[in-house]
Design a protein around this ligand. Structure first.
Ligand code: G4P
Length: 530
């Protein structure tokens, strides 16, 4: 039966899983795919993380690139829903990649390790989601291990992540004593037998917690504890409210063990019921609704082809409104020219395929020979640009020098294209035109050097430069005496980013503070969008 345009949109759920490395994101993804029937066995999804201790290994970097193309988008069908999981690297050196991917998701699942609690990367990523009001569900993982007390953990999630939680399931014991989960949402008990990997659908309906059935199932002590705890949960935490969840004001929490496939079906069943369908998106001129008939979409990720002989790249487009159709000319609004795509790729857990038509919420991969930059918009003709793909101040800075004068052109082209892909950020000093590369992790310098050589035939070397942070400058009046004074005194520290925006490269936290104090009419921003 052919579905209507609206039905196609309503059945789509596009989300990302965020976590600190090792919390269990890959394992959870894999179990979700198993439920969707998208893969047949565990172990089919390769971990996309860089293993510990291998942070400066080229082969590892290359392996990472290969795997991350394969796992960039994993789509599967579950109960007539089309689910798109967007990969978000947990490794901190790729944090910027993750931030950009978060512009393309409609909701997020946050995975937390019960023993480690809220970790650094989780905090950063969740703060971005919170700022953008992205609906989040929290999954507390590894309940088969000894960990923190559930109430303490919920407190930690509220305090460190600034969330307002609403537990929709509650663990019965933990670690050795882990007996299962009471599903507050479905009002049933899911027993952990140690063999749950096989019996993934076994649950007992308990409509009334005071019933004897609960004692029979888990023993009187555990049953009494559970009754008390659930009463406490209901006393302390707000009731679930779908609107509050969708507006980013309330976060449901589930407990489980991804490795044992325990608590995952409950999470998924609730997810497909409550998670938002493709959302509206703000552009520079208006808010665009997914139901609009005319196609619009934006590039949130660019991936270089693994094969160095082909310079083509895959640009990942999130469809915001209308339908994207093969061989149809669309307007690239930044370049002002029409482009047509003969082989747009759709991604499934186990394969990638050429698709004729895609709907809002879907991601398509377009072969690109250098037309796209991250953040570019495609439309059916309307001149609009989507907002919201900011750059953050890099953590590391180095001069980049040409190490082979005969290959200057190749070097510039290579740097340009790698920056379009978002591998790192380029700053050109106002004073002398020297180029500075800023990255989130030291790993990217090696990636850039390696790729310049292997893909562009150019050689580069780096030179240290003492920079603490890059701040994007906003001046109320560029003709003011204060701004002129700032430009004169700080000329050594001023640069342009790739889009020509003025950036102040502060050499220490102290000098940044001094400069901010001295030039109080000038605003110093830590992201490129303000
Ligand atoms: P990540 O993608 O978030 O980085 O984490 P990943 O799923 O790779 O999981 C990290 C480690 O935690 C893996 O073990 C995985 O098996 C384990 N794990 C995930 N979920 C659970 C759980 O519910 N219970 C327990 N006990 N462990 C869990 P590893 O030894 O690092 O890797 P591997 O050799 O098993 O692949």
């Amino acid at each position: 039966m052919k579905l209507s345009f609206q039905e196609e949109i309503n059945r789509r759920r596009t989300f990302g899983i965020v976590s600190h490395p090792d919390a269990g994101k890959t394992t959870l993804t894999e179990k979700l795919l198993l439920f969707g029937g998208a893969i047949q066995e565990a172990g089919a999804v390769k971990s996309n993380k860089i293993k510990k201790g291998a942070t400066s290994d080229f082969m590892e970097i290359e392996r990472q690139r290969g795997i991350s193309v394969a796992t960039s988008v994993l789509a599967f069908e579950y109960q007539n829903n089309k689910i798109n999981i967007l990969d978000t690297p947990g490794h901190k050196d790729f944090a910027e990649d993750t931030f950009r991917t978060l512009t393309a998701v409609d909701s997020v699942i946050v995975v937390i390790d019960v023993a480690k609690g809220v970790e650094e990367q989780t905090e950063k990523l969740v703060s971005v989601c919170r700022m953008r009001k992205i609906p989040m569900i929290v999954f507390i993982n590894k309940m088969d291990r000894e960990g923190k007390d559930a109430f303490d953990l919920l407190d930690e999630v509220e305090q460190k992540l600034g969330l307002k939680v609403c537990p929709l399931s509650f663990p019965i014991g933990m670690g050795y004593d882990f007996k299962g989960i009471y599903n507050i949402w479905e009002k049933n008990v899911n027993l952990f037998t140690g063999e749950t990997t096989k019996d993934i659908f076994e649950t007992e309906q308990i409509d009334d917690l005071s019933s004897q059935k609960l004692d029979d199932l888990i023993g009187q002590d555990s049953a009494d504890t559970l009754r008390e705890e659930v009463e406490l949960v209901q006393g302390i935490y707000p009731e679930f409210d779908i609107d509050a969840y969708k507006s980013g004001d309330l976060q449901p929490v589930f407990f489980g063990s991804a490795l044992n496939n325990f608590g995952v079906r409950e999470l998924l069943d609730c997810f497909v019921k409550i998670a938002p369908t493709p959302r509206t998106k703000e552009s520079d001129i208006r808010i665009v609704d997914p139901l609009e008939k005319k196609f619009t979409g934006f590039v949130f990720k660019i991936h270089a082809n693994m094969d160095p002989k082909h310079r083509d790249r895959l640009a990942f487009i999130k469809i915001v409104s209308g339908t994207f159709e093969r061989n149809t000319p669309y307007l690239h609004t930044r370049l002002g020219k029409k482009l047509k795509f003969s082989s747009p790729n759709a991604f499934f857990a186990d394969k990638k395929e050429i698709v004729d038509i895609s709907y809002p919420g879907d991601i398509v991969g377009l072969h690109d020979t250098g037309n796209f930059k991250i953040g570019d918009t495609l439309t059916e003709g309307e001149q609009l640009n989507y907002k919201g793909i900011p750059s953050f101040s890099p953590e590391h800075f180095r001069y980049i020098n040409n190490a082979d004068p005969l290959k200057t052109k190749q070097l510039h082209k290579g740097i340009d294209q790698l920056m379009d892909e978002g591998v790192a950020q380029l700053f050109t000093l106002d004073l002398n035109g020297r180029k500075v590369i800023g990255t989130v992790g030291a790993l990217q310098y090696e990636v850039i050097q390696y790729r310049l050589e292997h893909e562009y035939g150019a050689k580069c070397s780096y030179e240290n430069i003492n920079i603490h942070k890059a701040c994007w400058i906003e001046a109320e009046d560029e003709k003011s005496d204060e701004f002129k004074e700032f430009s004169r005194v700080k000329s050594k520290f001023l640069a342009k980013d790739k889009r020509g925006q003025l950036v102040f490269l502060a050499d220490s936290p102290f000098s940044l503070q001094m400069t901010q104090d001295k030039f109080s009419s000038i605003k110093f921003h830590f992201t490129s969008e303000f």
